[in-house]
Design a protein around this ligand. Structure first.
Ligand SMILES: Cc1cc2nc3c(=O)[nH]c(=O)nc-3n(C[C@H](O)[C@H](O)[C@H](O)COP(=O)(O)OP(=O)(O)OC[C@H]3O[C@@H](n4cnc5c(N)ncnc54)[C@H](O)[C@@H]3O)c2cc1C
Length: 194
């Protein structure tokens, strides 16, 4: 039994799930991780297997087609996957950031539109915040969105470093929307770009 499965208070279901993930890491990630990393190759087969296992929908509620697991289960799963290959955890984590953002702040229409397909991994998320001139201090973001008279928003700017940038099909992009706001931290919005 792996160390993580000994985390205090885990239910039988959580222990079973972690056992499954541990076996997956041993059998399908560890044997190929070094080779793929050195070849700078995207782990397509691993991603497909994670879709099958429902990992992309681990924390998405059951009503939206996910497994409805807790944040603890999610964290332990990611820790276990990172044991095999850190880069694979990034593929899930940025997807999770977008799904979580949608759950917390999205409209019901957005949730219905994206979450069931995010749970299966058909829609895969990325979060785009960093820019050539700004990293951790997002108040420095220069990209902006301006709404035209026809109601359409136009986004301009330059983004970089987004994990899953080349493989995701739903990108949450953080940009400035209100240059008149009273704080540099209160004038930004995330746009969902397909
Ligand atoms: C593996 C990986 C994956 C990434 N994935 C994504 C992604 O999916 N999407 C995305 O948008 N970006 C992503 N990034 C970029 C990441 O968000 C930035 O690297 C991070 O925000 C740090 O920015 P920076 O490298 O420019 O460092 P800086 O922001 O320049 O920080 C350097 C140091 O200065 C400190 N610092 C910076 N500003 C301040 C301040 N105002 N006050 C006090 N201290 C400060 C920091 O704490 C740090 O110690 C990724 C980076 C890595 C390494």
């Amino acid at each position: 039994m792996g160390r993580l499965q000994h985390t205090e208070g885990l239910t039988d279901d959580q222990q079973e799930l972690l056992k499954l993930v541990r076996r997956f890491v041993d059998e399908q990630i560890l044997p190929v991780a070094t080779e793929l990393e050195h070849a700078d190759e995207y782990p397509t087969e691993i991603v497909e297997a994670m879709k099958e296992m429902g990992i992309f929908g681990l924390m998405i509620p059951e009503e939206y087609g996910g497994l409805g697991e807790s944040l603890l289960t999610y964290a332990l799963t990611v820790e276990e996957i990172s044991r095999g290959w850190m880069s694979v955890s990034g593929i899930i984590n940025t997807h999770f950031i977008v799904a979580y953002m949608l759950l917390q702040h999205g409209t019901e229409e957005q949730k219905q539109k994206y979450l069931p397909r995010m749970a299966t991994g058909e829609v895969r998320g990325a979060f785009s915040m960093s820019e050539p001139g700004c990293g951790s201090d997002v108040s420095g973001i220069k990209s902006k969105a301006v709404q035209g008279e026809d109601g359409q928003w136009t986004l301009t700017g330059q983004k970089m470093w987004l994990t899953n940038g080349g493989s995701s099909n739903l990108v949450a992009v953080l940009v400035k929307t209100d240059t008149g706001a009273d704080s540099v931290y209160r004038n930004m919005s995330s746009f969902l770009i397909e």
